[in-house]
Design a protein around this ligand. Structure first.
Ligand code: NAD
Length: 496
């Protein structure tokens, strides 16, 4: 396999595709053609051209994958934790050794920049390494019941888990669910998004190379309405980890209910970056810029609202607009600052949000239009956009746009900042900028979100638990909490 990213990028621009792309689903330890042979195309968002095709999985493919996973589970749950730990560590090493290939593929499939994809691949390797270290530390406890009784708990794998993956972070979201599931002794059937099927398929093959037994990790590609729906409905699925939109998350909950299937829901967000009057203005500007324009704003935890004190509003906005205008858009493999949106349909959705804001007479300070790659005149790009002075009830504040569109809300003082920060139905992340540690800690307590960062919007790592409150979902991934969903507690009591 060629792993040199520069060689792969050249190859892609010469041939219009990448070598070594997997064919079919990954079921029972090998790549297998889809049951009805139907294929879908995968597009390069930076050029709006198809670069490969993949199987359109159906219920039958899902049944085969779940059956394989049940067999895999029987082997994996009895593999010693120490051995699971060694295998997951080998997987992390393989991912690092082949990071060039995975990064180029991820950039191509998703539209993100190669630098962003490299970061995601580093997180992916780190997640396998992190949960490798947890595999042999899933300990129970002993419970004192008095004379004649001994009681203790054990942690056992929940069973076969379904991983439903979105298109914005395909590689790291795969690892975020699959690594802890494997560490806990579970088997997996993963369904990547229909626009980003390839990295999950590649990773499943590499996990097998690292020593994960056949059937323990399976990947079925295809549409959410076909393969995804069949997977979450399957009665042998013990836990569903769903990352995606609120609308689909609600559907998944309803489908899971009759089987009483356990759920982790990682849904949307409309996260605030709160900048108080005593903040370091340059830090706020840089923080806000990358909180919203990283990954072209397609991040559930993007800082898509800037909640800013009136006293620093003018200075921050002047600098922020200058920086936003200077960002270079372009094909992700050509080293731009900001890559493409993932699909034409998504670009149209983002554009429609901004057009509606324009019709409402809102102040669009910069951006606001679709764009293309400068060299080729193609691709699905959207200009970095800032909308100023928004009232709390405006749709641009309340609805997740999931693109490079920042909604600015002006506040007077700490109390109003908290009320405005909490003024949506989401609760995923909040960034707080202030020079006063007491205020920072007060706001950290008062703001309803699963994660709070202070004076660095993206502070954190795979060690830090991540997940939402309210309509951003429930359950936590990453950190040691991330393994909880996959290891249930069994209590054993003896009279003696
Ligand atoms: P989506 O809900 O349309 O799709 C997500 C996944 O669900 C895809 O794999 C899709 O094929 C599958 N799916 C669709 N319908 C299904 C069904 N009926 N049954 C089972 N699976 C089905 O979301 P999207 O547009 O791909 O992703 C963007 C959304 O994801 C945004 O709202 C974003 O905030 C959210 N997201 C959340 C997190 C998080 O960690 N909280 C991370 C990334 C993305």
């Amino acid at each position: 396999m060629i792993d040199d990213a520069a060689v792969l990028v050249r190859t892609y621009f010469e041939t219009g595709t990448l070598p070594g792309l997997p064919q079919g689903h990954f079921i029972g330890g090998h790549y297998a053609a889809g049951s009805d042979g139907e294929m879908l195309e995968s597009f390069d968002p930076g050029s709006a051209r198809a670069f490969a095709s993949f199987s359109a999985g159906k219920g039958e493919d899902v049944f085969r994958a779940v059956e394989a996973a049940e067999k895999g589970l029987a082997v994996w749950r009895d593999t010693t934790p120490a051995e699971r730990c060694r295998i997951l560590n080998r997987a992390a090493i393989l991912i690092r050794e082949r990071a060039g290939y995975l990064s180029v593929l991820e950039a191509l499939d998703s539209g993100k920049t190669l630098d962003e994809a490299r970061g995601d691949v580093r997180s992916c390797a780190r997640l396998f390494e992190y949960y490798a270290g947890a595999a042999d530390k899933l300990e129970g406890r002993s419970i004192p019941l008095g004379p004649g009784l001994s009681c203790w708990t054990e942690r056992e794998p929940v069973g076969v888990t379904a991983q439903i993956i979105p298109w914005n972070y395909p590689t790291s979201t795969f690892a975020r669910g699959v690594a802890p599931a494997l560490a806990a002794g579970c088997a997996v059937v993963a369904k990547p998004a229909e626009t980003t099927p390839f990295t999950a398929l590649v990773l499943a093959g590499w996990l097998a190379e690292a020593g994960v037994p056949a059937g323990v990790v399976n990947v079925v590609t295809g549409l959410g309405a076909d393969a995804g729906a069949a997977l979450v409905r399957h009665p042998a699925i013990a836990h569903i980890t769903f990352t995606g939109s609120v609308r689909t998350g609600v559907d998944v909950m309803q489908v899971a209910a009759p089987n009483v299937t356990r759920l982790t829901l990682e849904l949307g967000g409309k996260s605030p970056l709160v900048a108080l009057a005593d903040s370091d203005v340059d830090k706020v500007v840089d923080g806000a810029l990358w909180a919203i324009f990283s990954n072209a704003g397609q991040i559930c935890s993007a800082g898509s609202r800037l909640v800013i004190d009136r006293k620093i509003h003018a200075e921050v906005l002047e600098k922020l607009i200058g920086k936003a205008r200077a960002l270079r858009l372009g094909h992700g493999l050509k080293g731009p600052d900001v890559g493409a949106l993932n699909s034409q349909a998504h670009l149209e959705r983002v554009h429609a949000h901004v057009q509606a804001a324009r019709r409402r007479g809102l102040s669009i300070l910069t951006g606001g239009k679709p764009a293309t790659d400068e060299q080729t005149g193609t691709g699905w790009f959207f200009e970095p956009t800032i909308i100023d002075g928004l009232p709390c009830d405006d749709p641009a504040v309340q609805e997740e746009i999931f693109g490079p569109v920042l909604a600015v809300q002006i506040v007077d003082g700490e109390e109003e900042a908290v009320a405005v920060a909490n003024g949506t139905e989401f609760g995923l992340v909040a960034g707080i900028y202030t020079g006063d540690i007491s205020k920072a800690l007060r706001l950290a307590r008062a703001i309803d979100a699963g994660q709070i960062t202070i004076n660095d919007y993206w502070a954190g790592g795979v060690e830090v638990p991540f997940g939402g409150n309210r309509k951003s979902g429930f359950g936590r991934e990453k950190g040691l909490e991330g393994i909880e969903a996959y290891a249930r507690t069994k209590a054993i009591t003896i009279r003696h």
